[in-house]
Design a protein. Structure first.
Length: 240
């Protein structure tokens, strides 16, 4: 645009960088938002105490500023997101986020003192991501975990026969279908417009290790007839 006396018009909200060239009376407006490298959930399930928040959300591979977590929430739990551990700055609650209506209805979400209040108890895949201007979208998705690869009977098929069962409470185990072949175990959740390996994880020494934004994980050989069991309440798992 031109540097006229009139006010500049910003097309959308968010952090921006304004560069003005006084030599030719022009200016340029670009986003200055830098996606956070980490993201944390805190709230009533952790007594609003940072000491109880020991790990952050999982980065979505190849999607800077986007994170996910499998989480059980009791009815009327309240949560909020922060990009830095042990800091109350730059919090993302109900007023700061866009939450699709389908997600609001699924979890019974509402704004309570700026926090995200969850009326419907249960397991959720909680996703938070920012666009280029720093506007956040928060999603509460169904807790679908999939078996994939040869132990599931093939690649790139994500259907009900490959789904894990979902426990009825917050400390139970997700249970996979029985493996149909001797091969390497692969598991994931699915996010829209995202390849399955961007949200995969595996079990190593009875601990769930998430790929996050890292490289391909080490192979975990399994035997036909075995199953995988996942406890997301403490990030433990087993194969038997």
């Amino acid at each position: 645009g031109n540097c006229e006396p009139d006010a500049m018009i910003i097309s959308s909200a968010g952090n921006c960088l304004i560069e003005c060239n006084i030599n030719d009376d022009t200016y340029n407006i670009t986003s200055s938002f830098v996606p956070p490298a980490e993201m944390y959930i805190i709230g009533s399930p952790w007594s609003w105490t940072w000491d109880d928040v020991t790990d952050g959300m999982i980065p979505v591979h190849s999607n800077p500023g986007k994170f996910w977590r499998m989480q059980y929430l009791d009815a009327n739990a309240q949560i909020k997101f922060f990009p830095v551990h042990n800091s109350w700055d730059n919090g993302i609650g109900y007023p700061e986020a866009t939450i699709p209506d389908e997600n609001v209805n699924r979890a019974g979400l509402s704004d309570v003192d700026g926090n995200i209040s969850v009326a419907n108890a249960g397991w959720y895949i909680i996703v938070i991501g920012a666009d280029a201007t720093g506007q956040y979208t928060v999603e509460f998705l169904e807790p679908k975990v999939y078996l994939t690869g040869n132990p599931s009977g093939g690649w790139d098929v994500f259907d009900d026969p490959r789904l894990f069962t979902v426990p009825a409470n917050g400390t139970g185990e997700f249970e996979s279908p029985a493996f149909v072949a001797d091969c390497d175990l692969r598991m994931c959740i699915r996010l829209e417009n995202t390849n399955w390996w961007m949200t995969e994880f595996n079990i190593y020494d009875n601990v769930i290790i998430y790929r996050g934004d890292g490289g391909d994980q080490a192979a975990v050989p399994v035997t036909a007839g075995q199953k995988a069991y996942l406890n997301f309440s403490d990030n433990t798992g087993r194969i038997q």
